[in-house]
Design a protein around this ligand. Structure first.
Ligand SMILES: Nc1ncnc2c1ncn2[C@@H]1O[C@H](COP(=O)(O)OP(=O)(O)OP(=O)(O)O)[C@@H](O)[C@H]1O
Ligand SMILES: [Mg+2]
Length: 279
């Protein structure tokens, strides 16, 4: 795909592909709650590793520490105990190699859609002409052509989500961290974005770690799913999603293997979180 930023040659050359691109080793995290005057255990003894180029889902109920873990991979918070690594190096500062679609969109309200999406390119000094082309291309990919000049306040929740996604894709990142990126979208649009995103993932060889509450979404997209248990947040199971690629995101849910895997994830979630009602 032409026109996108090249990957960092340096980091590619230095990196041993047999090592995981991301790992968490014996991670614990406590937040202090001033109201309760005590610590909340957000993560307890969590270890996992992510292969380069993998598509990994973190699945679990609200409050089980999914965003906390993504924030660690993004280098925004440090574990209270244990270590998180990117390409073997401990993450001790914001991880500039990771593109992060946060749970709450962080669009700049005073910038129009195109200027929000083009911001990471501006920061990297990409010339205006090339920036415009790339922004137009990626807005088209997320179905927002025609909204270049709108302000974030003029958009629906789902559209804002898509602007956030576009802003990440425009940089052609090696590693994408996504926190419920496809929530708040209608079923048809969701399926379209799922298909588009899977295509981009396989073309570009990105590594993707994404958070979801949605079992079917995890099975549709991911190669492996970590099921989280809550209170305290920890990993209950790691399940391989052995459905072949390319996947037809609309048809795949009717396959016997899809149904089997969904049931397995549902059972794991129930066992891990017995008091939590399904929604
Ligand atoms: N800044 C904070 N200060 C205090 N407690 C926090 C903070 N951030 C998160 N927590 C607590 O840590 C736990 C894990 O939170 P986290 O946001 O990682 O969960 P989550 O799995 O992403 O949930 P959700 O699916 O609702 O987004 C929760 O109990 C939450 O209340
Ligand atoms: Mg969260």
């Amino acid at each position: 795909m032409t026109g996108f930023l090249r990957r960092s040659a340096q980091s590619d050359a230095e990196f041993d592909p047999s090592r995981p691109i991301l790992s968490a080793e014996g991670v614990h995290h406590w937040y202090y709650s001033p109201e309760r005057k005590s610590f909340v255990t957000a993560l307890e003894d969590l270890s996992l590793s992510v292969r380069r180029g993998a598509f990994v889902a973190l699945l679990g109920p609200s409050g089980c520490g999914k965003s906390t873990l993504l924030n660690m991979f993004a280098g925004l918070i440090a574990p209270s105990l244990g270590v998180v690594r990117y390409q073997g190096q401990a993450i001790t500062a914001p991880n500039t190699q990771a593109a992060y679609v946060t749970q709450n969109d962080s669009l700049l309200p005073w910038r129009r859609v195109a200027a929000n999406v083009g911001l990471p390119l501006e920061v990297r000094g990409v010339p205006a002409r090339e920036r415009e082309e790339r922004v137009a291309q990626v807005l088209n990919q997320v179905g927002l052509q025609g909204f270049e000049r709108a302000f974030p306040s003029e958009l629906s929740g789902g559209m804002r989500k898509r602007v956030g996604l576009a802003r990440v894709l425009v940089t052609n990142p090696n590693l994408v961290l996504m926190d419920e990126p496809f929530g708040a979208l209608d079923a048809q649009l969701r399926a379209r974005l799922h298909a588009e995103f899977l295509r981009l993932w396989s073309e570009r060889g990105m590594t993707v770690v994404f958070v979801t509450h949605d079992i079917d979404e995890a099975v549709t997209l991911a190669q492996e799913v970590y099921v989280f248990a809550s209170r305290p947040g920890r990993i209950r199971a790691r399940i391989d999603i052995d459905l072949p690629f390319p996947r037809d995101v609309e048809e795949i849910r009717y396959s016997a293997r899809f149904v089997e895997l969904s049931h397995r994830l549902r059972d794991e979630l129930r066992l891990a979180n017995p008091v939590i009602e399904e929604h």
